[in-house]
Design a protein around this ligand. Structure first.
Ligand code: HEC
Length: 130
């Protein structure tokens, strides 16, 4: 009886491993399938979204400014934000964890929701083209 149990356990964990490998394979596939569009990214970047007062009109430009080769100013703290264009700021988008962190925070604040993988790819393609 004891032997049978351990065999079941092995089968169960084996199944788990197979499941988790195929799940992560799917996730990678989804990311690869996204085709980024610079123009769509530019539209998303410049679009104005509705927010709650005192910031009723929000856009990525609210803090990063209209000319991405120049510094921006944080709409709340007024702090200077370095230029977003990689052509003038080679540090831009060099750290994937930083990119992910700010996409999450800034999409939520600006658009009132998280950006989709597609939206992030489009916006990043636009920004990297500058
Ligand atoms: C409320 C102000 C604010 C708004 C609005 C804002 N950002 Fe930002 N963003 C920041 C700050 C502050 C940083 C971090 C400082 C830095 O990187 O210079 C940053 C950094 C980033 C970064 C990381 C850049 C890097 O070098 O890794 C990305 C990507 C980004 N923002 C995207 C967006 C997008 C997309 C929008 C619009 C949906 C947006 N931001 C709107 C303030 C803002």
């Amino acid at each position: 009886m004891k032997k049978k149990m351990s065999l079941l356990k092995i089968q169960f964990f084996g199944l788990l491993v197979v499941l988790s490998t195929s799940l992560s394979a799917n996730t990678i596939e989804n990311k690869v399938n996204v085709i980024a569009d610079i123009q769509r990214g530019q539209l998303l970047w410049k679009k104005s979204y509705k927010g709650i007062p005192p910031y009723e009109q929000r856009s990525c430009q609210s803090c990063h400014g209209k000319d991405l080769s120049q510094v921006g100013h944080h709409i709340k703290t007024k702090r200077v934000i370095k230029a977003m264009a990689p052509s003038v700021n080679s540090q831009r988008f060099s750290n994937p964890r930083k990119v992910a962190k700010w996409f999450l925070r800034n999409c939520k604040w600006t658009m009132g929701k998280e950006c989709t993988v597609q939206e992030k790819a489009d916006i990043l393609a636009y920004l990297k083209s500058l």
